[in-house]
Structure formats: C-alpha cells, structure tokens
Design a protein around this ligand. Structure first.
Ligand code: NAD
Ligand code: LMR
Length: 356
C-alpha cells in the first residue's frame, strides 16, 4: 500500500514537472533531481543546447538524445522549450532531458555542464551576409557566454551562432573578462564546411562521401572558408576547372541553402548533423580517447591571426593540439591571403564589441 502511494507521488511529481507552466520565466528547475534517473550517476556527459527550440536546435537536440555518451541533456531557449523538451524526452534513449525557458533559467540550464553547444541567434535571409547578423547575434552570444563563465567555466563550448568569425572572438573576450578563458575549450563550429566539402568532392570523384576527408581551414564565411583540395584523402588530383568549381561551391554552400529556402532560414538539418558529429567528437575527446581529429575555428598560432580554423586534436582539455596548415599549392596560397584579409576584420570587430 505504502509502496503504491510512493509510486503515485513519484508519478504526480514527474507529471507536474513536465507541465508547461513549470517552464515560465522565473520558475524553478523543472525536474526534481530526486526523481531523475541520472541521480545514480549514469555514465556519460552533461550537455546543454542553447537555442534548442530553433531550426538547428531541435534537430540537434534529437541527435544528442540519441548519443550514448550523453547522460543529461539540457535544452534552453527564450521560446518554446516546453514543447521541444516534452517531445524529445519521450525518446527511449538514455539521456535525461530537462527544459529551461528564458533568461532567469539560464543559470540552471548551465550549471554542471561538460559541453555547451550554442546554435542561438538569427539566421540569414537571401541577400544577407553572415556579418549582417552581427548586430543581433553578438549580444546574444555575449549574454550566453557570461552565463557559461559564471556557471560552467570548465565546459567545452561549441559555438555555431553566426558570424562565427566574430562570435568566437566575442566569446573569448567575455571569458577573458571573467577570468575563465581557456583557449582550448572554445571551439567555433566549422564542421558543416567539412561535411559539405566531403560531399561535393565525393560527387566529383564518384565515390562514397564517407570515404573522403577534406581539410577546410580559415574561417566560416565566403572566402574565409578555404578547402585544401591538395590534401584530400584519399589522395586525389583535380583539374583547374574542378578546383574552381569545388572551392566556389564549398565557400557558397550556406548561400546555396539560404537561397533555396527563399526566406525561411538557412541550413538547419545538415548543420544539426554536422554539429552532432562535432559534439560527439568532443565527447570522445573528453573521454580521453586517442586520435580524435576535427577541423575547428580556434585560438591559434598557425597564422599571424589570433583565431583560425585548422585540424585540431580533441582531448580531455578540449583542442589539445592544433595542427599546422601543411603544404599548400599556389591556388591555396592565394586563397589563404584572401581569407586572412577578411578574417582579420571580422576578428577585430568581435574583439572591439566587448572591449568598447
Ligand atoms: N556555424 C555554422 O556552420 C552554422 C550553420 C548554420 C547556421 N548557423 C547559425 O546558427 C544560428 C541559428 O540558426 P537557426 O537556423 O537554428 O535559427 P532559428 O531562428 O531557427 O533558431 C535560433 C533559436 O535561437 C533562439 N534564441 C534567440 N535568442 C536567444 C537567446 N538570447 N538565448 C537562447 N536562445 C535564443 C531563438 O528563440 C531560436 O529558437 C544562426 O546564427 C545561423 O546563422 C551557423
Ligand atoms: O549560410 C548561413 O548563413 C548559415 C551557415 O553559416 C551555413 O554555412 O550554412
């Protein structure tokens, strides 16, 4: 009888916590930890998605809920997290899902996280550059990073919000101001450029994209996206026309999607896939696995610029090793100079946004 009453109370508590009214701004944490399956210390990492109700955020949350390395998944947004959380939480996979709505719940969303993935912010419409998003997204990234500095300063941060070339320097300045900056733990997500490059190169070569590896360096906008086709694995040669076609298509992959969506946003599904793949690599690195290599936009000394995307080795501390560019051909050397010129301005803009 008593056991029955206890079970009923447990069920009542869980139901109450899942009710949308519990997500209102200023509300408490929505799930009582005492009722949480993770209380016994289920093995795995605690991951937060900031911007979880958005186009990227929803699919990314779904993919992270399927990742066996994730034991707790926190979904934060300024709108619509109750619905997304209820929906994702019904998946019969291991991660416990908790939802957080609005700025007053940001700290609870972040506390104790090992990895924070940020796809929060506005996307492009046709005719816009990524830099046109700076005005709105810079402030969003600043606020979220202030929360990270306060609540989970040791978390690895995967920053997706555009313009990545500027938002990563913004995040670095926020962390420096807070005294929590560890360059190894801040990673700008350029994984979609690699995903696209692998796909487009595989199409040209007539092979399976899963067998192709294209390093993409520089940054994440237009000419700053520099695919190193001379370093493609398996080793392949391309005609001048193929090199021109592939470089243009990879550099303009985002615009291709923005135009096809005709005002309804930018890449969300392929981005969620790329972000989930990248987050998975970060978690494997956190586990201490050897040989986890990805391209990412990081604090770097590979060039004279303070931030640059190259291959990095992911480990317990984040980006533990940053690989040099390797030998470039003439076409790539010219591309590198163009990329650096544009990147320098974008980095400066991000740094000044916080320093001013
Ligand atoms: N790095 C990349 O390769 C890459 C690829 C695709 C998109 N993006 C960028 O990712 C961002 C998100 O794109 P999307 O298509 O998901 O946009 P979206 O509008 O569908 O979703 C963004 C979400 O962010 C939320 N949000 C806004 N302000 C917030 C705040 N202060 N705190 C928390 N959440 C907040 C919104 O409510 C929304 O749910 C854009 O800036 C886009 O340009 C980057
Ligand atoms: O192109 C965009 O605006 C979104 C993103 O950066 C992308 O590359 O798809």
């Amino acid at each position: 009888m008593e056991a029955h009453a206890g079970a009923n109370q447990r069920i009542a508590r869980i139901s109450a916590h899942l009710h949308p009214s519990n997500f209102q701004e200023g509300g408490d944490v929505v799930i009582d930890r005492a009722n949480c399956r993770a209380k016994g210390g289920a093995p795995g990492f605690k991951v937060a998605v900031l911007g979880a109700a958005g186009g990227i955020g929803q699919s990314l949350s779904l993919l992270l809920k399927m990742n066996p390395l994730v034991s707790v998944l926190h979904l934060y947004d300024v709108v619509n997290t109750p619905g997304v959380t209820a929906d994702v939480s019904h998946m019969d996979t291991g991660a416990v899902v908790r939802g957080f709505l609005g700025q007053p719940q940001l700290e609870n969303a972040l506390t104790g996280m090992d990895l924070v993935v940020i796809p929060a912010g506005v996307p492009r419409k046709p005719g816009m550059t990524r830099d046109d998003l700076f005005k709105i997204n810079a402030g969003i990234v600043r606020t979220l990073c202030e929360g990270i500095a306060k609540c989970c300063p040791n978390a690895i941060v995967n920053l997706i919000s555009n313009p990545v070339n500027s938002t990563v320097p913004i995040a670095a300045e926020v962390f420096k101001k807070a005294g929590t900056y560890d360059p190894k733990r801040l990673l700008g997500v350029t994984a979609l450029d690699v995903v696209r490059a692998n796909t487009f190169v595989a199409e040209v070569l007539g092979v399976d994209p899963r067998d192709v590896d294209v390093p993409v360096v520089g940054g994440h906008a237009g000419v700053t996206i520099l695919p190193l086709l001379s370093q493609v694995k398996p080793p392949s040669s391309f005609t001048a026309e193929e090199t021109e076609y592939l470089t243009n298509r990879i550099q303009n992959g985002g615009t291709e999607v923005v135009e096809a969506k005709a005002g309804a946003g930018s890449a969300t599904l392929s981005m969620a896939y790329a972000a989930a793949k990248f987050a998975n690599s970060c978690l494997h690195g956190l586990k201490g696995e050897a040989g986890v290599i990805e391209c990412a936009y990081v604090d770097s000394q590979v060039t004279e610029l303070p931030f640059f995307a190259t291959k990095v080795r992911l480990g317990r501390a984040g980006a533990e090793e940053i690989f040099p560019l390797g030998p470039l051909n003439e076409y790539e050397r010219i591309g590198l100079e163009k990329a650096k010129r544009e990147l320098a301005g974008s980095i400066q803009k991000g740094v000044e946004f916080i320093k001013k």
